[in-house]
Design a protein around this ligand. Structure first.
Ligand code: ATP
Length: 330
């Protein structure tokens, strides 16, 4: 079990990069930490990996403190691996040897067997004899993941594992992480600024803002019941409006008209008995269309539909699922 207990870290110039973060992560669990740029994601990863010293609080692995670099000769913990965004592969040896290096102290027979299995799991068998510069970004990243998990660490930390990849590669990495975490019971934590991938594989999602973990819960709970507009926007498409607009949506008036509310676009449907609104924009999204409709001069709302016949300027009737309108704290 990896535990962050009230972890804080500030940098010179009084930047408080991580502020009182606490959570625990069990073997076989995946956690996605979502935050905007500068919210403290990379700093927190370094603290969890024992690559930076905490100012206060502690990181524990199986009840033992993870020492920071000032406590040990070589920074880092043998059971915790961090895969950086730059992958940090050895440039002059093959993909296979990059992975094999991580299991160099094991017997030759096991080593061969393990590297073959990792190449297969990470879909790298066909490129195993190439140098890192001769493979794609996605293949480099999968090599870095294979190397990190080669000797079955207790914890795998990943910095933005999806950010530089195209859709097929994102799906490949997502499935790979899912498979290996379940198979090896690794505890996996990744940080991202885009929660779409996090929602689909994480058991828990944490929202990081200005170094603070401001919400923690299952993907469903954070997506459906975000505490703040920040959490709502980081976890998917959403309309954030003041509650004074409720009557324009066909909903009962609120007693807190200035409070904000979030409405996910899939909770709004086209319905002949709903309120009439004008279509301001139509976006083709592949599997569906996203419409922006006008509530008045100042406010608009997003909704999804599979109907292909809707035009800009047209009047449509919409209904908002009242149960899915969620009040926000700020
Ligand atoms: N070595 C450092 N010295 C001083 N300030 C730093 C240092 N590293 C990070 N910071 C500051 O700490 C805050 C958090 O940075 P961090 O890199 O952890 O954020 P992040 O969420 O990973 O951002 P990004 O998504 O852009 O990588 C920022 O304000 C950053 O400028």
């Amino acid at each position: 079990m990896l535990v962050a207990d009230n972890v804080s870290k500030a940098f010179a110039g009084s930047v408080r990069a991580v502020r009182g973060v606490s959570f625990s992560l069990a073997p076989g669990q995946i956690m996605g930490l979502v935050g905007a740029s500068g919210s403290g994601k990379s700093t927190l990863l370094n603290l969890l990996a024992g690559l930076a010293d905490v100012d206060t609080g502690s990181v524990l692995l199986n009840d033992k403190r993870v020492p920071g670099p000032s406590d040990v000769l070589i920074a880092g913990h043998p059971d915790i691996r961090l895969v950086h965004q730059e992958y940090q592969l050895m440039p002059n040896v093959s993909i296979r040897e990059n992975i094999a290096y991580a299991v160099r102290y094991f017997e030759k027979e096991y080593r061969t067997h393990r590297v073959d299995a990792l190449l297969k799991l990470c879909r790298l068998t066909a490129v195993q004899d190439r140098l890192p510069r001769q493979v794609s970004g996605g293949e480099k990243q999968r090599t870095a993941i294979a190397r990190a998990i080669a000797d079955v660490p207790a914890v795998l930390l990943l910095d933005e594992p999806f950010s530089h990849l195209d859709l097929p590669n994102r799906l490949l990495v997502r499935d790979l992480l899912f498979e290996l975490v379940r198979e090896q019971q690794t505890a996996c934590l990744f940080v991202t600024h885009d929660a779409v991938d996090a929602l689909s594989i994480a058991d828990t999602i944490g929202i990081l803002r200005d170094g603070k973990l401001i919400q923690l819960g299952t993907p469903e709970s954070v997506y459906l019941r975000p505490d703040t507009a920040y959490a709502a926007r980081l976890t998917g498409r959403v309309t954030v409006l003041a509650e004074k607009y409720r009557p324009l949506l066909g909903l009962p008036a609120s007693d807190s008209p200035d409070r904000l509310m979030s409405i996910r676009p899939e909770q709004v449907t086209i319905d002949e008995s709903g309120v009439a609104v004008r279509v301001r924009a139509v976006f083709f999204m592949g599997s569906h269309y996203e419409l922006e409709v006008e509530l008045n001069r100042y406010a608009s709302l997003r909704l999804l539909t599979t109907r292909a016949d809707i035009q800009v300027g047209q009047l449509v009737n919409i209904r908002v699922n009242a149960d899915a309108v969620w009040p926000l704290r700020s």
